[in-house]
Design a binder for this molecule. Structure first.
Ligand SMILES: *[C@@H]1O[C@H](CO)[C@@H](O)[C@H](O)[C@H]1NC(C)=O
Ligand SMILES: *[C@@H]1O[C@H](CO)[C@@H](O)[C@H](O)[C@H]1NC(C)=O
Ligand SMILES: *[C@@H]1O[C@H](CO)[C@@H](O)[C@H](O)[C@H]1NC(C)=O
Ligand SMILES: *[C@@H]1O[C@H](CO)[C@@H](O)[C@H](O)[C@H]1NC(C)=O
Length: 604
């Protein structure tokens, strides 16, 4: 056991002693799409030379050593990076998510509202309690299986958590198959597969005539998404799903989803608004999502009401919708009272699912406010990002309809949203942005010289109008569009284009597992944060990018020359390979673009 030996010797030795960090050879090909199809028997060659099916068979010829040390290192002010390179965190931190760290959250428990599950929300430790070391992959980590095979199979060693298979195997979520996890496409509520369930929902919404698209559904929020099979099987309908789940007892659902190449993020419905703009989804879906909608005066349903577009659907597949025993009828009555007060209409209730529609009906809402059945929210400034915003036990009554009639995807991709004109981005600027990114993507792909199959999970860390994602739309990628909360609030416009995204503040680590993305794009992100903040210096941002990028993943940083050249100089210490290029910016001036790749390294 070469792996175990070197690791334990690192711990036995005095702090600071050099140990080896090895570069694993890029494995020949993990793109198994051609090896087995969806139903064919699985065969993974045990002796394929590079796949390192166990750590003892590491190809010796492929190991080279680095000077980086393994050492548990916390962030100090002022920051300093050792001569030997960034320290590597001990292997036990291979799933480190700073703002969802159970050990830190435990210290906060006395002040958190646990009855409302505040403990599942983000809680970022103060800077001195954040790690300042590179997060290593787990033992025996392999380059992920590539899309579309990854929809059904992922390496067990990459998400080595048996809990889900143990508790959810019977519901066909996930099964073990030798070195792989197999996802048959089931869920708690769709044991017989998501496609059948999805068809049934479409039928319920259209009185047996159509599918979800014909019911006008193009953007979905899946609450408590499990391993995101629902999202995976909506893709053939070109329906985009933002899936989220907390990091809770059903361990690492989101990590499974991302390993499969399905867009998902960690989030919780508890005490704060979700980081998505108002009026963004045509459907909010909960299939046994374990959210107590009927509690606290239905405050969480009011968040759903905020997120739904007018005439959007709330799809609820859970025992209160169909069971007549225990507390279920009482819970159902409460749900009916709450949804009626919000003027939602129950349009279908059958098999195990109830569906409401949020009709636009201001007069009904005003009447219910007068009857004190519901509270009306104070007028809010729509340009304010929902970021750390406490939930309000109220509904917004829109007097003027600010909802554009959006076309279906893919036409939706070119919608110039009314919200852009409100924040001063003109139609001309929007159009030239779209054309600009189309050109840049061609440039990037040429410079990266990469096969399309190597990329699936993409994050645009400063997405502006979503032009980058639109330009990638024809490729088999999905893009998480992040709008920093201190930037112009363009996220509604991104949603109005049929894309998905979230607000974030890059002075804090993001709610993502390590090794989630194949490509990170940071356009003028570093200069925005200006390298001045206490906790969002250039090194902090690089460290966070390193945490969420997969081994061999691509990093594109486009910024001022002083920034990109500094990153180039630091890159070897982060074990990144980088090159500087120059491309024309929107004003046709030359601008530096750093293209980098994280090395595939592991602690041995
Ligand atoms: C998963 O982890 C356990 C120890 O927690 C280990 O014994 C096992 O070999 C690992 N399995 C894989 C497939 O990596
Ligand atoms: C479906 O049919 C029912 C009963 O005929 C009707 O109330 C409902 O509005 C219809 N729904 C749709 C979406 O057409
Ligand atoms: C629902 O509302 C009705 C009428 O206001 C009330 O009588 C009933 O107790 C409510 N049910 C629940 C479960 O709150
Ligand atoms: C691009 O990659 C291919 C094979 O991966 C290689 O043969 C070729 O030299 C590369 N081109 C450039 C310009 O680096």
């Amino acid at each position: 056991m070469g792996g175990g030996y070197a690791l334990s010797s690192a711990f036995d030795s005095k702090a600071g002693q050099m140990i080896m960090v090895s570069l694993l050879l890029m494995a020949g090909s993990f793109y198994l799409g051609t090896i087995f199809g969806n139903n064919a028997p699985i065969y993974v060659s045990q002796n394929s030379s590079n796949s390192s099916s166990s750590s003892s068979s590491l190809p010796v010829s492929g190991t080279s050593t680095f000077t980086n040390k393994v050492a548990l290192t916390y962030r100090k002010t002022p920051l300093s990076i050792p001569e030997s390179g960034m320290n590597v965190c001990p292997i036990t931190y291979n799933e480190y998510i700073p703002c969802h760290d159970p050990k830190y959250v435990k210290t906060l428990l006395p002040v958190l509202d646990v009855s409302r599950r505040e403990d599942l929300e983000r809680h970022c430790p103060p800077p001195e309690k954040r790690l300042f070391c590179l997060v290593p992959p787990p033992a025996d980590y392999k380059l992920p299986i590539r899309w579309p095979t990854s929809r059904d199979y992922v390496w067990r060693s990459n998400v080595n958590h048996t809990h889900l298979a143990e508790v959810k195997g019977g519901q066909n979520w996930v099964h073990e198959k030798d070195q792989l996890w197999w996802f048959p496409g089931g869920g708690t509520h769709f044991k017989h597969g998501a496609p059948e369930y999805i068809q049934r929902l479409g039928n319920m919404m259209t009185n047996e005539t159509g599918d979800l698209r014909s019911a006008g559904v193009y953007q979905v929020l899946d609450v408590g998404c499990g391993v995101a099979s629902f999202s995976a099987y909506l893709l053939p309908l070109d329906i985009q799903t933002m899936s989220f789940a907390p990091k809770d007892g059903h361990e690492n659902q989101i990590q499974f989803a991302l390993e499969r190449g399905i867009g998902a993020m960690i989030a919780a419905l508890a005490t704060k608004q979700l980081p998505y703009p108002t009026s963004s989804f045509e459907m909010v879906h909960c299939s046994r999502c374990r959210v107590d909608w009927h509690e606290n005066d239905g405050i969480l349903l009011k968040e759903v009401n905020r997120l739904l577009r007018p005439n959007g659907y709330f799809v609820y597949s859970a025992p209160p919708a169909y069971r007549k025993d225990k507390d279920y009828p009482l819970i159902w009555d409460k749900l009916v009272n709450l949804t009626t007060a919000m003027c939602w209409k129950l349009i279908a209730r059958k098999v195990q699912t109830a569906i409401w529609i949020k009709e636009e009906n201001p007069s009904c809402l005003m009447q219910n406010v007068d009857l004190k059945l519901i509270n009306s929210c104070d007028a809010v400034d729509d340009s304010k990002p929902s970021w750390k915003t406490p939930l309000g036990n109220c509904v917004q009554i829109s007097t003027q309809t600010n909802s554009q009639n959006l076309p279906p995807r893919p036409e939706r991709l070119s919608v110039y949203s009314e919200s852009l004109s409100r924040i001063g981005i003109s139609q001309e600027e929007f159009t030239s942005d779209t054309i600009f990114w189309q050109k840049q993507i061609r440039n990037y792909l040429k410079l990266m010289n990469v096969s399309m199959t190597e990329i699936r999970n993409v994050m645009d860390m400063n997405a502006f109008c979503g032009g980058f994602a639109v330009a990638l739309n024809s490729l088999p990628f999905w893009v998480m569009n992040i709008v920093p909360m201190s930037m112009k609030n363009t996220l509604s416009a991104i949603y109005d284009r049929g894309l998905l995204g979230a607000f974030h503040d890059w002075c804090e680590p993001i709610s993502a597992y390590p090794r989630s993305y194949d490509l990170l794009h940071a356009n003028h992100l570093f200069s925005h944060y200006g390298n001045n903040g206490e906790v969002c210096s250039l090194e902090d941002l690089m460290l966070e990018m390193d945490r969420i990028i997969r081994p061999q993943g691509f990093i594109i940083i486009r910024d001022e020359e002083s920034i990109t050249s500094r990153i180039r100089d630091l890159a070897p210490k982060f074990l990144w390979d980088v090159e500087l290029h120059s491309l024309k910016n929107k004003e046709k001036k030359m601008e530096t673009v750093l293209i980098g790749r994280k090395k595939f390294w592991a602690i041995v």
